[in-house]
Design a protein around this ligand. Structure first.
Ligand SMILES: NC(=O)c1ccc[n+]([C@@H]2O[C@H](COP(=O)([O-])OP(=O)(O)OC[C@H]3O[C@@H](n4cnc5c(N)ncnc54)[C@H](O)[C@@H]3O)[C@@H](O)[C@H]2O)c1
Ligand SMILES: *[C@@H]1O[C@H](CO)[C@@H](O)[C@H](O)[C@H]1NC(C)=O
Ligand SMILES: *[C@@H]1O[C@H](CO)[C@@H](O)[C@H](O)[C@H]1NC(C)=O
Length: 437
């Protein structure tokens, strides 16, 4: 037996197998050499694996340089288990069902729309970055709600093109319901970059991936009544001018409508924009007046009620969430297919814009009176002049176009809708959770 053979033979595969030999000196030296070689060998393999993992990891995006873009984080996605969840969530379960990517699925409207689609047997995959514009625990609670119905929300950013491409690789979505956005009018003065990031750059990233997808999906997305800006002609009709936005938020939504036009024109993407009018209801948004009025009235804190010049009334066309959901589903169901393929247009495609409102503006002071009755607490009203930082005095939707083409017909008045909101609010925030702020 050669020395080499013997030394190979004597490497203990397990400690218990090691046996002493006649020539301990030679043997030990050989053993030492072989151990060092082994150690070096495995170190290289280990290092290599770490490097491969690091570079192939899709979430190794650079960190944002601009601190104002606080919604940008890195996320973990990918892998067989993750893909399986994505596929299973997006699987269509009813005949003639559609498969929809819902962006902003952990948001107020996104949660309701996702649940409604899932309920009727459509395939639904959510996408949300769970940013902290408002209390993320509410987004997590909505996520838990959706999880119970079989909807998986992928954690990631709509401006992450690699992630979007991956999602379209795994699932051939027939539709995209694009609801992810930086919402809110006043926050734009605090963090303008977040509006550009989500409502402009994010929208373009999404449309870029959609136009290259095969087949191209049809896209329905949320614009806003705020595009009417300083328009004074009421009720607001789709044909009215929208070139006088009163906030950066409104300007980014208006830009979105123009960007939609471009992608429809160049690439044949089927695009439908929905101008929502002040949506409210259970699981709503804590930054909106009906929500924080409820919180502050219950706390005995005074609430600011805005008044326009000359004691002018500030009013909103409040629209109940269930009505909005019906409008969203009708828009998806009536959307025609995109016409392009391989990133090229093949023919003209559908391009639509609809108001989704309630057609009955209610003065904000009436909103407060309804809340007082429902909560059985008197509000401390603090009448203030409407600041010129984005809010408009009045919104009122003309919905005849949506009525005609989508069969849209809102059925919930503010009193009825707020009753449902208050019932949800009290049960949500008494169940061990506390209102924030
Ligand atoms: N609620 C309303 O009254 C109203 C009115 C007009 C328009 N809209 C529009 O409707 C849509 C839904 O609004 P909402 O009230 O549900 O708001 P929301 O803030 O509750 O939902 C938006 C969701 O998108 C996510 N998101 C934001 N930026 C993202 C990004 N870059 N990548 C991934 N996810 C991101 C957020 O985490 C959030 O969960 C928005 O586009 C909003 O601008 C809402
Ligand atoms: C969006 O993503 C692109 C790359 O896909 C990047 O160049 C750009 O800086 C991002 N924009 C914002 C505002 O985050
Ligand atoms: C509402 O819009 C339609 C077009 O969709 C228009 O014909 C109608 O005159 C508008 N109604 C009012 C009251 O402005």
């Amino acid at each position: 037996m050669s020395k080499q053979m013997s030394h190979l033979d004597n490497i203990p595969s397990t400690p218990g197998k090691f046996k002493m030999e006649k020539s301990p000196y030679v043997h030990n030296r050989l053993r030492w050499h072989s151990s060092l070689a082994k150690l070096t060998f495995w170190s290289f393999i280990f290092l290599g694996l770490i490097l491969i993992f690091f570079f192939r990891s899709p979430s190794s995006n650079p960190l944002p340089q601009d601190p104002s873009r606080r919604s940008l984080r890195t996320y973990n996605w990918g892998g067989p288990a993750w893909e399986k969840r994505v596929r299973s969530s997006a699987r269509v379960r009813s005949r003639n069902g559609i498969s929809v990517l819902v962006t902003g699925a952990a948001g107020f409207v996104g949660t309701h729309v996702s649940a409604a689609l899932k309920r009727r047997g459509d395939g639904v995959l959510g996408l949300d970055n769970f940013n902290d514009y408002y209390d993320p625990s509410l987004k997590r609670a909505r996520q838990a709600l959706l999880e119970r119905t079989g909807v998986f929300i992928v954690e990631g950013d709509i401006n992450d093109s690699a992630l979007l491409r991956k999602l379209f690789e795994v699932v051939a979505f027939t539709h995209v319901m694009h609801l992810a956005a930086q919402a809110g009018v006043r926050y734009a003065m605090e963090n303008p970059g977040s509006y550009v990031h989500s409502n402009i750059a994010g929208l373009v990233s999404l449309l870029e991936v959609c136009k290259s997808a095969n087949p191209q999906p049809a896209i329905v997305w949320a614009s806003s009544s705020s595009v009417y800006g300083l328009n004074t002609k009421v009720p607001f009709s789709e044909r009215d001018r929208t070139d006088q936005p009163a906030s950066l938020y409104a300007a980014t939504k208006k830009a979105g409508e123009e960007i939609a036009h471009t992608y429809n024109h160049i690439y044949g993407l089927s695009l439908t924009g929905l101008r929502f009018f002040t949506v409210y209801g259970p699981w709503g948004r804590p930054d909106m007046a009906y929500f924080f009025f409820t919180r502050d009235i219950l706390k005995g804190k005074s609430i600011p009620i805005f008044e326009a010049a000359n004691h002018g009334t500030v009013a909103r066309d409040f629209t109940y969430i269930d009505d909005i959901v019906k409008g969203c589903l009708a828009a998806l169901d009536t959307a025609e297919k995109s016409t392009g393929s391989g990133g090229k247009k093949k023919g003209p495609a559908q391009l639509r814009v609809y108001n989704l409102g309630n057609t009955s503006p209610v003065p904000v002071s009436d909103l407060v009176s309804i809340l007082e009755r429902l909560l059985k607490v008197n509000a401390k009203r603090n009448i203030m002049k409407l600041p010129r930082n984005g809010d408009v005095q009045f919104t009122h939707a003309n919905i005849s176009l949506a009525q005609r083409e989508l069969g849209y017909k809102p059925t919930t008045d503010l009193q009825t809708g707020l009753k449902k909101f208050v019932r949800w609010y009290l049960s949500y925030y008494s169940g061990g959770k506390k209102a924030t702020g």
